[in-house]
Structure formats: C-alpha cells, structure tokens
Design a protein around this ligand. Structure first.
Ligand SMILES: *[C@@H]1O[C@H](CO)[C@@H](O)[C@H](O)[C@H]1NC(C)=O
Ligand SMILES: *[C@@H]1O[C@H](CO)[C@@H](O)[C@H](O)[C@H]1NC(C)=O
Ligand SMILES: *[C@@H]1O[C@H](CO)[C@@H](O)[C@H](O)[C@H]1NC(C)=O
Ligand SMILES: *[C@@H]1O[C@H](CO)[C@@H](O)[C@H](O)[C@H]1NC(C)=O
Ligand SMILES: *[C@@H]1O[C@H](CO)[C@@H](O)[C@H](O)[C@H]1NC(C)=O
Length: 341
C-alpha cells in the first residue's frame, strides 16, 4: 500500500493461498513508496507474457521490449514493475536454480532503471501448462512453487512473485476439467491447481479489498475479464471476480494472456456512468495473434510493447509503448477518479 500526500493507492494482486512465504498471499496489497516529494504521483510499468528462452528472446523481441522499458524508465523513473504472468515459457521453472530464471529474467531486465521491485502474478505457463508427465505427484520437476521461493529475490531485481487465481477461458472449464481439447495433466503439478481452492482465494481477495481505504484500487491478474485478443473473454473472471471490482471500486484490472496491448472500458451493469478499465499488457515477447472482436475497446495493438501508468490524486494515466512508437507513447488515456465511461 502506498501512502503519499494523504492519498492511498493499493495494487491488489490476484493470488493464491498455497504454501506462500509471508511476503505473498491472496490479494495482499503491494507495498511501494513514491519517488516524488513534490506533487503526488506514482509511476510503474506493466509487462506480461515475456518469459522466452535463449535465442527466442531476440527472435520474439523480448530483449527489444526490455530495452525500450529501460529507455522509458530511465527518462521517467518508476517505483515498481508489474508482471501480468507467463514469466517463464513454456512450463515455468524446474527448480529455484533453473537457469531460465537468470537467462530470461535477470539478464534480460538488467538495466539500472529496471532494478526496482517487480510484482508478478503467475500465468498458466508458470503453472506448467502442457508440461508432459506432470500427472504424477513425484515425477514433475516443474512447479509454480519454485517461483515463490524467496531466495529468488536475491538473484535479480527485487522480486515478489505471487500466484494467481486460475480461470477457464472461452473454451470452458479448461484448467479444471478435461474437455478433451487439451492435455491438462499439468494441473496435478506440485503446487498446481488441484492443491488450491479458488473459492478461498476469492474470499481472501475480497477481504483485502474490503479492508483497504485506498482511493485507487488496481487489480492484477493473468487472465482478462474481457479481451478482444485471441483468447477472448474469460467467463469465470467475469462471473466470480468482476463483481468485486464493482463492489469495491477497482478502477483498473491489469492482465496479460492475450499477446497484445489493449485498453477496454467496461461499463457498469447497473447502467450508471461508472466503468473499470481492462489493461491488457501481454506483449512482452511473442505476439502475432488474431484479434477476435471490438467489445468495449478503446485501443488495440497487435505487436510488442508494455504499459506505463502514472497515478495522481484523481487521475490514472495509461501510456502504451510499442516497439514501432519507441519512447513516445503510441496511445495514452487518462482515467478520472471515480472512474466513469
Ligand atoms: C520485432 O519487432 C520488429 C519491430 O517492431 C518487427 O518488425 C518484427 O516483426 C518483430 N519480430 C517478431 C518475431 O515479432
Ligand atoms: C500421464 O502422462 C503420461 C505422459 O504424458 C501419459 O502417457 C499417461 O497416459 C498419463 N496418465 C494418465 C492417467 O493421465
Ligand atoms: C528455496 O531456495 C533455497 C536456497 O536458498 C533452497 O535451499 C530450497 O530448497 C528452495 N526451496 C524449494 C521449495 O525449492
Ligand atoms: C468489510 O469490512 C467491514 C468493516 O470492517 C466488516 O464489518 C465487514 O464484515 C467486511 N465485509 C466483508 C465481506 O469482508
Ligand atoms: C465478450 O463479451 C462482450 C460483452 O458481453 C461481447 O460483446 C463480446 O462479443 C464478447 N467477445 C467475444 C470474442 O465473444
């Protein structure tokens, strides 16, 4: 939680409750501080779906995105960086010593301007999505728990990785039930979905949102509620999580999963002028995915980039940085508090 100039901001990460160190927990507010001693403002970057391996990092432009993040953050320092998940493709880490951690994360984001706390959620790939042979409890080296090992924080920028409430995507109960479409044996990985209770996590998230007196509440997850990217809308985020956004005045939901950059403005179901923003920032490396709709869309970019956020007492400015646009934001939007359409 951020306290500055008498204004509170909370960034709530949608997280899971299993075997977590004290620094982690469901919906636990992020602790951060503001750099500015003058007019109140807080800045951070949000990037997702970045974790490519050697060779791929260059091919899929992860390195180019990291360099652009450095140029943006060097010009205007940021307090922290949010990762919206899929930190290590394709199947998360195989141990806390997995070289993917240093190859993909530490060495890629090595610029001085990026040595700030990274607050990350886990995506489906961090949960070993499609890791073969993970249907036994003893045969799977891949586990989301490795990313929660607090020892990792000593290996790179300060890191506070957290896990995520999983969702089904539009194809149905993909992560919990075998639809026949996907091999979902990976849900049995140590620390995987079958060891978690999304109902308990949802209650924990509500507890934190309810307890917060912050004026700005931002949520971070991997799966969007609404998206016009390839994966589309996620029914259970809409049904289970979104009602909390309305009830507790969450202004924006930062997500990845779709490999693009989007801003959506979701109107309130009660017909009032309220809205919340879905900020899709899943363009940290590989993109090339089709657009499937235009619902609620204010901005859509199919290629690599990331989002910068600047919060003042009554505005949240979102700057969308793309490889083509460089350090000049390709698109900017300002959301007033309280958020309205
Ligand atoms: C990397 O970025 C450049 C510049 O935007 C683009 O032309 C190229 O297609 C990108 N490569 C991949 C694999 O996405
Ligand atoms: C477990 O995974 C292996 C390797 O992917 C597969 O051959 C086997 O059929 C799976 N067993 C069950 C019970 O799903
Ligand atoms: C976490 O890291 C420590 C090294 O600091 C290691 O000894 C321990 O086994 C790791 N825990 C897990 C669960 O991998
Ligand atoms: C919200 O907080 C209030 C005041 O502490 C408490 O009375 C109420 O039970 C809480 N509601 C939920 C859903 O946690
Ligand atoms: C997502 O939901 C919105 C609102 O219900 C709807 O208009 C849109 O068509 C949906 N998108 C897809 C790809 O189904």
């Amino acid at each position: 939680m951020l306290v500055a100039g008498g204004v509170l901001i909370v960034v709530v990460l949608i997280v899971a409750a299993v075997v977590l160190a004290s620094e982690t927990g469901v919906g636990k507010p992020v602790n951060a501080r503001t750099l500015d001693s003058g007019p109140y403002s807080v800045r951070f970057l949000a990037v997702g779906d970045w974790g490519r391996g050697p060779g791929q990092k260059e091919h899929d432009n992860q390195t180019a995105v990291a360099q652009l993040m450095d140029r943006v953050a060097a010009a205007q320092p940021v307090e922290f960086i949010v990762s919206t998940g899929d930190n290590f493709y394709p199947n998360g880490l195989t141990s806390y010593k997995d070289p993917a951690f240093t190859d993909t994360f530490t060495k890629t984001y090595s610029a001085k301007s990026l040595q700030v706390p990274w607050h990350a959620v886990l995506g489906n790939h961090d949960y070993c999505d499609s890791a073969p042979g993970c249907n036994t409890t003893d045969g799977c080296p891949n586990s989301p728990l490795h990313q929660l090992n607090i020892s990792l924080a000593n290996l790179g920028p300060p890191l506070a990785l957290r896990t995520l409430v999983h969702s089904q995507d539009r194809r149905g109960q993909r992560y919990y039930k075998n639809s026949g479409e996907d091999d979902i044996s990976w849900r049995l990985c140590p620390g995987g979905l079958m060891e978690q209770s999304w109902q308990a996590q949802l209650l924990e998230l509500e507890r934190h949102l309810n307890a917060s007196t912050a004026e700005w509440k931002l949520a971070v997850g991997h799966h969007p509620s609404y998206s016009n990217g390839e994966h589309g809308n996620n029914t259970d985020i809409i049904q289970q999580v979104e009602p909390l956004f309305w009830r507790y005045n969450v202004a924006a939901y930062f997500v990845g999963h779709d490999h693009n950059l989007e801003l959506l403005s979701v109107p309130a179901p009660d017909g009032s002028a309220r809205s919340y923003a879905v900020v899709v920032t899943g363009a940290g490396s590989k993109t090339d995915r089709p657009q499937v709709g235009t619902a609620f869309s204010k901005y859509y970019h199919p290629d690599q980039g990331f989002v910068g956020a600047t919060i003042t007492q009554d505005t949240l400015r979102l700057d969308y940085f793309t490889l083509q646009g460089g350090e000049k934001a390709a698109f900017s939007a300002t959301i007033q508090w309280p958020a309205t359409n």
